[in-house]
Ligand binder design. Structure first.
Ligand SMILES: [Cu+2]
Length: 338
């Protein structure tokens, strides 16, 4: 009887130590990043109970085994046979029924956790995700925005409708726990409800080619107000790029004009664009011209035709080839800089 008490105590102590050890190892090795989604709560809950059970079963097997090896080993000079045991019905029924119950309980817990993870909010915001070798694109169809970062409002469910343009990828934000494959020719759904503000990263978790390891994108969870501000900003940018001056601005950025022309009146390699349109420009030949459409157009296409006074001749500005429409857009943009 005393053996049972000792083994019982040792089993409990070993189980607790195993559990604490596994838990610490998990945190130390970053296998348990913060839980940042409603879905992760029930997954972590299930995982925790599994680790507790595993720790207990480990102790239940290993402790009696080691205890028997040490305490019941053959004493020196003892040559008698061990006691013959023919089976123990009560014990066999117990170790069949108890594990059966545990397995059934875990099946129930697993089903519950899966149900929580898949819970559908009919008002969930739809975001389209496109995965391609080796990047992510996020489209907000409600607002007509496309982004390379995934912005999400806190405490609201979003449903990602994910498609691949090439091979199989997999959407995985460790802090959200849930992971979903993206298969070419199919739309896979992924529902998530962020519950913790922060900057996370989505990683591709399906080996998809040479740069698979770099297939990452930012996932930014903010308050609803900050999220709405971001949406408004993106909508404004998208709208601006539709207007002539918006497209002109994009052209000047793409062609590096801003590297030589300031927008705020400060001196750079070239004259500032602030207040340029319609102003009187002094040339190095002593004459003065009005900066109208024709002058600006010629300055862009043939920088050496005229040189602004105070700047070296020949001009350091390279000649550009733009279509008439592109030039008109750039002029429309310069007009806005008053
Ligand atoms: Cu990938």
């Amino acid at each position: 009887m005393v053996h049972f008490v000792i083994v019982g105590i040792l089993v409990l102590v070993t189980a607790i130590l195993t559990y604490v050890g596994l838990d610490m190892a998990g945190i130390a090795r970053h296998m348990n990043p913060v839980s940042a989604s409603a879905q992760s709560v029930s997954i972590d809950w299930l995982w925790n109970w599994e680790v507790i059970t595993i720790s207990f079963l480990f102790a239940l097997i290993v402790v009696p085994m080691v205890y028997s090896l040490i305490v019941f080993r053959r004493k020196q000079g003892d040559n008698t046979d061990a006691e013959h045991v023919e089976g123990n019905t009560a014990l066999e029924i117990t170790w069949t029924v108890v594990p059966l119950f545990i397995v059934v309980i875990f099946a129930y817990m697993g089903a519950y956790s899966l149900g929580e993870t898949l819970r559908v909010d009919p008002n969930a915001t739809v975001i389209k995700v496109r995965a391609q070798q080796f990047s992510w694109t996020f489209e907000y169809p409600e607002y007509g925005i496309v982004s390379t970062e995934l912005h999400l409002p806190i405490d609201q469910q979003v449903v990602l409708k994910m498609e691949s343009t090439d091979v199989i990828h997999s959407f995985w934000v460790p802090e959200f726990r849930v992971k979903q494959d993206i298969v070419p020719g199919r739309v896979t759904e992924y529902r998530i409800t962020p519950i913790l503000e922060g900057n996370y990263k989505v990683r591709c978790s399906e080996l998809c080619g040479t740069s698979h390891a770099y297939m990452e994108a930012g996932v930014i969870v903010t308050t609803e107000a900050e999220y709405n501000a971001w949406i408004a900003e993106q909508v404004a940018i998208a709208a601006a790029s539709q207007t002539p001056e918006g497209q002109g601005q994009i052209l000047t950025v793409k062609n590096g004009c801003a590297g030589c022309h300031s927008l705020d009146g400060s001196a750079m390699t070239g004259p500032t664009w602030l207040g340029l349109y319609g102003s009187d420009v002094e040339l190095d030949n002593g004459s003065t011209v009005v900066a109208d459409d024709a002058f600006i157009k010629q300055s862009i296409l043939e920088p050496n035709a005229t040189i602004v006074s105070g700047f070296p001749s020949p001009s350091v500005m390279p000649p550009y080839t733009f279509t008439d429409e592109e030039v008109a857009n750039i002029i429309a943009y310069i007009k806005t800089l008053k």
